[in-house]
Design a protein. Structure first.
Length: 357
């Protein structure tokens, strides 16, 4: 499986530390002993059936399908993933800064899918844990004995007025989408003078450090190209702190002061006016109060939320996230359902770096 070494280490830790409850499957499967407390059903109503069904072919889903292949045999494992291309998304911060290309982040999904495992090239439409079935977009119903949900989270550019249409204009980009990350680099290259604004939304985000990383990389680029004296580098974040972990926040405050970066806390992007090159922010400490910033460059970190498929299923908690036991990654209501990654309600940051804690 292709991925940088750190990702391999992260996924191994996820499996070893977080999915201890799957050991019962390893113990029971070889001898055919039934696991009476797990929620199972017959395969009568489904056109396809698998002992282990994995939803999502990102890093988490691929790692788990490889693990399940070794546990159950390839013929008993299936992965539902519609994309023909697998992206290693952490590289996109470097793509936005011009240090890497989009192509360097991509591999054919077929090349990372464990050999012999069934790849279902389709989107998940419904998850029905009461019948142990999943409906995919061509109308096929797939049944399972065990389910691993690795569907990630949802980007919501549309929750910012003016987006995503504003991406058709120059000077605005976002490292969080393969369709907009190169726009960040173009805006950075074309920068002349004025405000370079970087945002952090009022929602959970994947890799909470990434919105700042592109700011620091942009600052370095401006200095390298002699544009820094004409650039006002601004970080407008919805958070009341620069970073969620105080140890790192203290160091980051020193860095932003040294580099003369402007930080505005509790500022949430609500509108982009690309024709005027204006970004509108709400003051979260005084709801309804807004401030307009002109920009020469704007990097948008979009609002994010739970997978709509998970949110619309019985697997979701009250906020729409996959409802898991934080010690085992086993679902709190359906014991034959497990989850991994950003789709879950685990009390950690939505980043692989959280695994080491």
């Amino acid at each position: 499986i292709w991925r940088p070494k750190q990702t391999v280490k992260t996924c191994s830790l996820m499996i070893t530390v977080r999915m201890a409850s799957l050991r019962c499957l390893r113990l029971c499967h070889p001898t055919g002993v039934a696991v009476s407390h797990l929620h199972t059903s017959s395969r009568v109503s489904a056109k396809q059936h698998y002992k282990m069904l994995v939803l999502g072919g990102g890093s988490g889903g691929i790692c788990m399908s490889a693990r399940m292949k070794r546990m159950f045999g390839a013929e008993n494992v299936a992965v539902v993933e519609p994309s023909e291309v697998h992206y290693y998304q952490p590289i996109w911060t470097l793509v936005g800064a011009g240090a890497k290309t989009v192509a360097s982040s991509a591999r054919p999904t077929a090349s990372v899918m464990p050999s012999g495992v069934k790849w279902v090239k389709s989107k998940v439409q419904e998850i029905n844990p009461d019948t142990n079935t999943v409906l995919i977009d061509d109308g096929t119903e797939i049944s399972y004995e065990y389910l691993i949900v690795a569907l990630g989270l949802q980007l919501h550019y549309e929750k910012i007025k003016g987006l995503p249409e504003a991406f058709e204009h120059p000077k605005i980009g976002s490292n969080y989408s393969v369709t907009t990350v190169e726009k960040t680099w173009k805006a950075l290259q074309n920068f002349k003078e004025g405000n370079a604004i970087f945002t952090f939304p009022n929602t959970p985000v994947k890799c909470a450090g990434a919105p700042q990383k592109i700011m620091y990389l942009s600052d370095a680029y401006f200095r390298k190209t002699g544009k820094r004296a004409k650039a006002n580098v601004i970080y407008n974040t919805s958070l009341p702190v620069l970073f969620g972990i105080k140890k790192y926040a203290d160091t980051l405050w020193d860095i932003v002061k040294t580099r003369d970066l402007q930080i505005n806390l509790r500022h949430n992007l609500i509108e982009v006016r690309p024709d005027k090159q204006e970004a509108v922010f709400e003051n979260l400490d005084n709801p309804g109060e807004t401030k307009v910033f002109e920009y020469e460059m704007l990097h948008v970190t979009p609002p994010m939320g739970p997978s709509l498929v998970v949110k619309g299923s019985p697997l979701a908690d009250e906020n729409g996230w996959l409802d898991l036991n934080k010690e085992t990654l086993q679902h709190n209501k359906y014991p034959n359902v497990f989850g991994i990654g950003d789709c879950s309600n685990l009390p950690t940051a939505k980043t692989g770096a959280a695994v080491g804690k």
